[in-house]
Structure formats: structure tokens, C-alpha cells
Design a protein around this ligand. Structure first.
Ligand code: 5GP
Ligand code: MG
Length: 183
């Protein structure tokens, strides 16, 4: 597997540092006002954000719940988005909750847009978004994330949860793959 890697873009220690800093910022912003019990619900977009979610929540000293939402836009060996679709039923108990959407990467913005639309139908008390990566590309409808870890160039990346054809999620670093692997 490691001989499929072209280049390490962000290594595991840089990711760990940044995730810790992001969590501190989020914890500060989303901590309930003293004397209240405002609930925080993380809605994590599967499957790419699974590793990010696992690391992030262990740095968040908040009373929180985790809900999962499956969106797929890269069926099989596609490296271009085929348009996001919510699979299965979206989480249903978000009314009145402070919601933080957690996703792996913001590219065109279609996925985040779809997820936010889906969640808003349930009247959350507030809605924020957090992505580990954002690509330096123009965004559909100008959507941006409230929190992000790293800005990256417009390359197809895998590792730390992100896949190509279901594989490479277990790589601890964020990397690009050799052209012959993607072909
Ligand atoms: P968007 O809808 O913003 O164009 O794409 C976001 C979704 O596409 C992400 O949640 C992610 O699953 C997938 N995606 C976008 N860029 C990449 C990439 O470089 N590598 C991988 N593995 N997935 C990507
Ligand atoms: Mg995704």
C-alpha cells in the first residue's frame, strides 16, 4: 500500500496538532453559557470523516452526542464528484440542538450544502460546519465552513479517513496517490 503513495501532503503530527487546536476553538465557541445545559450534537458525514471525528471528539470536553449521516458522491473509482446523495434516513432529533457538521473535505461545496439543507429542515438552535480540509477551488453558491483544519491545492487526496475506491482510509497521513494507481 505504501508504494502507492506519491507524496505526503500533511503528516500525522501536523494533523494531530491542528485537530487539537481546532477542538480548543470549537469547545470555546460552543460551550454552553454558565448555568445552562445546551446540548451539542455533532453530525458527521460518513465515511470519510470517521478518523477525523474520532480524534476531534476526544479533544472536545463538551456534553455531546454524535449522529452519522451517509453521503456518497464518489462511487467506485471516481475521482470527480458525481453529485452528492444522502443514503438512508438523516438523523431526526436535531430540533433545538446546537449542531456541528463534521466532514472530511470541502471541495465544490455541494455536499456541505446538501447536508446543511437536510439539517435545517429540523430547526436546530444553531448550525455550524467543520471540515478537516478545504480545497483551493471556487465554491458552488459560495458556501464556506465555519472551521477548517488545512487548505490544500486541488489534488485528489487519501488517508486519515479519505478513500479511493474504498481503500487507503487507514493511512495515517494525508497523501496523494501515484497516477498509475488512480488510472
Ligand atoms: P464536494 O461536494 O464539496 O465537491 O465534495 C465533498 C466530498 O467529496 C467530501 O465529503 C469527500 O467525501 C469527497 N472528496 C472531495 N475531494 C476529495 C479528495 O480529494 N479525496 C477524497 N478521497 N474525497 C474527496
Ligand atoms: Mg465525504
Amino acid at each position: 500500500m505504501h508504494d502507492h503513495v506519491e507524496r505526503v501532503l500533511i503528516d500525522r503530527s501536523a494533523i494531530a496538532d491542528r485537530v487539537g487546536a481546532l477542538a480548543r476553538q470549537i469547545a470555546q465557541d460552543m460551550a454552553p453559557p454558565v448555568g445552562t445545559h445546551a446540548e451539542v450534537t455533532l453530525v458527521s458525514v460518513m465515511t470519510g470523516s470517521v478518523v477525523f471525528l474520532a480524534d476531534l471528539i476526544r479533544h472536545l470536553p463538551l456534553l455531546l452526542r454524535v449522529r452519522l449521516l451517509t453521503v456518497s458522491s464518489y462511487p467506485g473509482k471516481a475521482t470527480q464528484s458525481q453529485g452528492p446523495r444522502v443514503e438512508g434516513l438523516p438523523p431526526e432529533d436535531l430540533a433545538g440542538h446546537h449542531v456541528l457538521v463534521v466532514d472530511d473535505i470541502l471541495d465544490s461545496g455541494k455536499t456541505l450544502e446538501l447536508v446543511c439543507q437536510t439539517i435545517r429542515r429540523q430547526n436546530p438552535a444553531s448550525l455550524r460546519t467543520c471540515v478537516l480540509l478545504k480545497k483551493q477551488v471556487p465554491r458552488q453558491g459560495g458556501i464556506e465552513a465555519d472551521y477548517f483544519g488545512f487548505e490544500i491545492p486541488d489534488d485528489f487526496v487519501v488517508g486519515y479517513g479519505l478513500d479511493f475506491d474504498g481503500r487507503y482510509r487507514n493511512l495515517p497521513d494525508i497523501v496523494t496517490l501515484k497516477r498509475q494507481v488512480l488510472a
